[in-house]
Write a protein that binds this ligand. Structure first.
Ligand code: ATR
Length: 277
C-alpha cells in the first residue's frame, strides 16, 4: 500500500488528510495519508524514514517548510526562489522538494474566473511573508507584468522585491490607494480577516470594477475583504481554492493520478470549516 502524510508541529488541525483521503476513495486507490506530528529536532530522522521508503512522500507545514528546503534536492527554479518546500517525493532514491502553494493560488483563480491568466497581469499583494513569497514566484513564472508588495513593514516588502527583481516592487501600507487603482488582481496574504484576527481594514473605492479580489484566508470563507468586493460587484476568490489546488501535485506524484478538485470535495471542506467555527 502506498502511503503519504503531512508533517508539522502542531499538526492536529491540518485539513490535508481530509483532501487526500477524499481523492484516495474517489479513485479507488489502495493508499493511506497520515497526519504525523514531527518536532523540529526529529525532522532529520523523519526524512530518513521517507528516504528508506516508509512513505512515498509528504506534505510539509509549519514550522518545517524552510528547514526541509535545506535538506532535500530542489529541482525547479520557482521553488528555489521561494526557499521553502510544502511537498516532498522520492525520485531515484533521493528526496526532492517542491513548493506548490503559488501554483495552487494561480489554479484557484483560474478555476474561479474562467479564462483568467496571470500572463500580463498587474498584481497588488498585501503582505510580504512566506505565503506572499510563494505567490510572487508563481506569478513571475506565469508572466505577470507587475507585482507590487504592499506591507506594514515596508523593509520586508523591499527585501522581497530585491530578491525577485523586476517586475516586483514594494509600496508602503499607508499609501496604497494609487497602487490598488492600477491592479487587475488584488491578493490578501496577511492574516487579517482570519477568525480571531482583526479585519483587513482597507478601502476598495479606488479599484476598478474588473479587479479580481482574492484572499488566501479560508476561515471564514467569506472574509470582510471578499464581502466588500462582492458588494461592489468585483469578482472575488476565496482562500479554499488555494488549499485544495496546492494539494493536487503531491497526490499525483505519490499516487500516480492527477486528482480533480470537485464541487463535492469543496463542499466537504466547507462543511468541516463550518463545524469548526
Ligand atoms: P505567512 O508565512 O503566512 O505569509 P508571515 O510570514 O507571518 O505569515 O506574514 C504575515 C504577513 O501579514 C506579513 O506581511 C505581516 O506584515 P509585517 O511584515 O509588517 O509583519 C502581515 N500582517 C500581520 N498582521 C498585520 C497587521 N495587523 N496589519 C498589517 N499587516 C499585518
Amino acid at each position: 500500500m502506498t502511503a503519504a502524510c503531512v508533517i508539522g508541529w502542531p499538526i492536529a488541525h491540518s485539513r490535508s488528510p481530509m483532501i487526500h483521503g477524499y481523492w484516495l476513495k474517489r479513485y479507488g486507490i489502495d493508499g493511506r495519508y497520515d497526519r504525523v506530528p514531527v518536532r523540529p529536532e526529529e525532522l532529520d530522522q523523519f526524512l530518513e524514514r521517507v528516504r528508506e521508503g516508509e512513505y512515498a512522500g509528504c506534505n510539509v507545514t509549519i514550522p518545517h517548510k524552510e528547514a526541509v528546503f535545506g535538506k532535500v534536492r530542489i529541482a525547479d527554479p520557482a521553488t528555489r526562489r521561494i526557499g521553502a518546500v510544502n511537498t516532498v517525493y522520492r525520485k531515484d532514491g533521493e528526496l526532492v522538494g517542491r513548493n506548490t502553494d503559488g501554483l495552487g493560488f494561480i489554479l484557484s483563480v483560474k478555476s474561479a474566473i474562467p479564462g483568467w491568466s496571470a500572463d500580463g497581469a498587474r498584481v497588488a499583494i498585501l503582505g510580504a511573508g512566506g505565503a506572499a513569497r510563494a505567490i510572487v514566484a508563481a506569478l513571475i513564472e506565469e508572466g505577470a507584468r507587475s507585482v507590487t508588495l504592499i506591507n506594514r513593514t515596508l523593509e520586508r516588502a523591499e527585501a522581497l522585491a530585491r530578491h525577485f527583481g523586476s517586475p516586483v516592487s514594494a509600496a508602503p501600507w499607508d499609501n496604497m490607494q494609487d497602487r490598488l487603482s492600477e491592479a487587475d488582481l488584488l491578493v490578501n496574504t496577511t492574516s487579517l480577516g482570519m477568525a480571531h484576527n482583526p479585519p483587513l481594514d482597507i478601502s476598495l473605492s479606488s479599484i476598478s470594477k474588473r479587479t479580481i479580489v482574492a484572499d488566501i484566508v479560508y476561515s471564514p470563507l467569506e472574509t470582510p475583504l471578499l464581502k466588500a468586493a462582492r458588494a461592489r460587484g468585483n469578482p472575488a476568490v476565496d482562500g479554499l481554492g488555494m488549499l485544495l489546488h496546492q494539494a493536487a501535485p503531491g497526490f499525483e506524484l505519490w499516487f500516480g493520478v492527477r486528482p480533480e478538485v470537485t464541487p463535492e470535495l469543496r463542499a466537504l471542506l466547507v462543511a468541516d470549516l463550518e463545524a469548526a467555527r
